[in-house]
Write a protein that binds this ligand. Structure first.
Ligand SMILES: *Cc1c(COP(=O)(O)O)cnc(C)c1O
Length: 439
């Protein structure tokens, strides 16, 4: 590699000069010393100085079996020796076909069709367009089904369609003039959802929701039975149910998919993040045969789903995804996860008891530690992550909620270390600001 490009000081300078980071106030970023990740090893990340950190949020909720997993690495290399990219528009390829087969076998019953794209945002965007077009093409009264119900504090991605069904004001409210109008339901409140259906008879195309836990909302966990109740309401009123498992899918809640906890099979299922084990960008929107058939017709009927991204079904990404699913089986990942989830619960108890912590929300491995009410300007969540970084763990907050979501492959030893570091980081950050008592 270019020796110059590897000089850490030069890298920092070029980052500050040339880059614009996502969800980042660049003014603060330019003042900080960035961690430049040079390599990964299992559940650790190593920076350009050789410092080692636990990847406490799975590289933004994506990594599943650890970094540089030998079998996933080998699968991507083997695919490289065949072809890196070809198109799904007018052609097909073995890896995309095999992966679709596997996903259909794995997904909740009835989801028989796999539509690929490349991010969680596109997976949900596609789900919305599919649902809308499905009802339109059925004609008659069904054409009135044009509205979507989304949950308050929902997050489904950053494209305009997925933002339209988003409910996090900080991210979304500015774009209001660009968005289509949606109906907002109170998360966890079945009666509120029922009221929306009653007020808009025959108008609702679909309910879109993150099942069980709303990740970006700060790991907001729904009461048990809510998902099943929403599914029943959808059935009763003839609307579709779209489950966005971009964050919850692939084991994060303790089962392969969160829907399984309540034996719910949605009409449309959105997958991304963990799909490739955190290796490559790939997403899938799964649909039922009923929806698929709604798009069949003669060419002149124009019932085609006119949607597709250039890198849709990329072979390298599909190879990583297939290998990721194989590792789930070979390593018995889900079976071995139960004890880790239990341990995580125990380890978090003393953290929840701290005065600086308002509460801990958790579903499986998805953990949100809500800090006490500190002034926004203190950026207490961010301070905690800086303290954690000094002690060898990478975590990233959502506002003043400290998120933990380690790779499923994390060892019990590292899980203990991660939670210990997080606890000390909370103590240090809140003590340093002299606000531990004030909270
Ligand atoms: C992250 C996320 C998305 C968006 O995925 P991207 O790949 O970032 O576009 C959508 N829905 C949920 C629930 C997510 O957590």
């Amino acid at each position: 590699m270019d020796g110059r490009a590897e000089d850490p000081a030069k890298l920092v300078e070029d980052d500050r000069t040339c880059l614009w980071h996502p969800f980042t106030q660049q003014r603060g970023w330019e003042e900080e010393d960035p961690v430049i990740v040079a390599r990964g090893e299992g559940t650790d990340l190593l920076d350009v100085h050789g410092r080692r950190y636990i990847d406490g949020v799975s590289s933004l909720w994506c990594n599943v079996h650890g970094h540089r997993h030998p079998r996933i690495d080998a699968a991507v290399r083997a695919q490289l020796d065949r072809v890196a990219h070809s198109t799904m528009l007018g052609l097909t390829h073995p890896t995309a076909i095999s992966l679709a087969r596997r996903l259909v076998d794995l997904a909740p019953p009835g989801l028989t069709r796999v539509f690929y794209s490349d991010s969680g945002s596109t997976a949900t965007e596609i789900a919305l367009k599919m649902a809308f077009q499905f009802w339109h093409q059925r004609g008659g009264e069904d054409r009135r089904r044009t509205r979507f119900v989304a949950l308050r504090d929902a997050y489904h991605g950053d494209t305009i369609g997925s933002v339209s069904v988003g409910g996090i004001d900080l991210f979304h409210s500015l774009y209001r003039p660009l968005l289509f109008d949606t109906l907002k339901a109170e998360p966890g409140d079945v009666a509120d959802m029922a009221r929306l259906f009653d007020r808009h008879p025959g108008e609702i195309a679909a309910v879109i929701m993150e099942p069980l836990v709303q990740g970006a909302a700060g790991m907001l966990v729904h009461p048990p039975g809510y998902l099943g109740a929403v599914r029943d309401l959808c059935h009763q009123h003839g609307a579709l149910l779209i489950c966005d498992e971009v964050a919850t899918g692939f084991g994060r809640t303790g089962k392969m998919f969160a829907c399984e906890h309540e034996e719910v099979a949605p009409d449309i299922l959105c997958l991304a993040k963990g799909l490739t084990g955190g290796y490559l960008p790939l997403a899938a929107t799964l649909a039922t045969e009923r929806i698929y058939e709604g798009f069949l017709g003669e060419h002149g009927d124009f019932r085609t789903f006119f949607h597709g991204h250039t890198y849709t079904g990329n072979p390298l990404a599909c190879a990583a995804a297939l290998a990721t699913l194989n590792v789930f089986e070979e390593d018995r990942t889900l079976q071995r996860l139960g004890p880790k989830i239990e341990l995580l619960g125990e380890l978090l108890e003393p953290i929840a008891a701290r005065p600086a912590v308002a509460g801990v929300r958790r579903c499986g491995t998805m953990t949100g530690i809500a800090l006490a009410d500190y002034p926004v300007d203190l950026r207490m969540g961010h301070r905690v992550t800086l303290e954690a970084r000094r002690r060898g763990a990478i975590i990233r907050p959502l506002g003043d909620t400290v998120v933990l979501m380690p790779p499923l492959s994390i060892s019990e030893r590292d899980l203990r270390r991660l939670v210990t570091i997080t606890g000390v980081a909370i103590d240090e950050a809140t003590r340093r600001s002299g606000l531990a008592e004030a909270a």
